[in-house]
Design a protein around this ligand. Structure first.
Ligand code: SAH
Ligand code: MG
Length: 221
């Protein structure tokens, strides 16, 4: 098994379940052009987020980590008329690129981009006393992961779903001696998850165009 094969299978899967999509293809191309890190969800992962949000009938979605807005567009398209998605991005350049892509996908009416560090922005969102989020996608830096997850639980309701991306990190997650900040962030999150009575959770490892990684799915009790 190799990265090359995983990428070819992902291409094949995309040809079966997605095909070409002008707005998403443009968003992906913009990220390449701006030399952003190649860490957007793959098309098939984006569609999984979209389908979960739709299956939940999500009306309010929170995303932490926007990058070029690729996953944002998938999620925004799952919302019914009047639905709302708040996405948090620390890097103003990324936020500008995302804004253009979200406009290109004609979902800007539903999307609210908050520029700032998640741990600064989340307390503001809490202070706004909005209705709870039905679906949360956590995909920013992993240093703050455990804290983002706490906020996600706090800002949701029983039955809400929280997806946490990139929790396997090429298998790095099993290395208790790792000094990689991302691995340490995920491991700290996982340690707390073991005794977290607020959620029921699973974790799935994946291979594909973006390598060997995985995601966690939590259902809020
Ligand atoms: N969800 C996107 C990819 C996000 S990449 C997609 O799949 O298409 C991670 C993003 O999180 C980057 O744009 C990075 O700038 C942002 N980020 C990193 N640390 C952050 C923080 N503390 N608060 C908010 N955003 C952060
Ligand atoms: Mg990710």
């Amino acid at each position: 098994m190799s990265q090359e094969l995983w990428a070819q299978v992902d291409d094949y899967i995309n040809s079966v379940v997605i095909g070409s999509d002008a707005a998403l293809d443009a968003a992906a191309a913009s990220a390449v052009k701006a030399q952003l890190p190649p860490v957007s969800v793959t098309p098939a992962q984006g569609k999984l987020l979209h389908l979960i949000a739709r299956a939940l009938g999500a009306q309010r979605i929170l995303e932490i980590g926007t990058l070029a807005g690729y996953s944002t567009i998938w999620l925004a398209r799952a919302l019914p008329p009047g639905g709302r998605l708040i996405t948090i991005e620390a890097n103003p350049t990324h936020a500008d690129i995302a804004r253009a892509n979200i406009e290109g996908a004609r979902v800007s009416d539903r999307v609210d981009i908050r520029v700032g560090k998640a741990l600064d922005v989340l307390p503001h969102i809490a202070a706004e006393r909005q209705p709870p989020f039905d679906f949360v996608f956590i995909d920013a830096d992993r240093t703050g992961l455990a804290d983002y997850f706490d906020w996600a639980v706090k800002l949701s309701r029983p039955g809400s779903v929280i997806i946490v991306d990139n929790v396997v990190r090429k298998g790095g997650v099993i290395d208790s001696a790792s000094d990689n900040v991302d691995v340490k962030g995920v491991r700290r999150f996982n340690e707390r998850l073991k005794t977290d009575t607020r959620v029921d959770v699973t974790m799935i490892q994946t291979v594909g165009a973006k390598g060997h990684d995985g995601f966690a799915m939590a259902l809020v009790r």
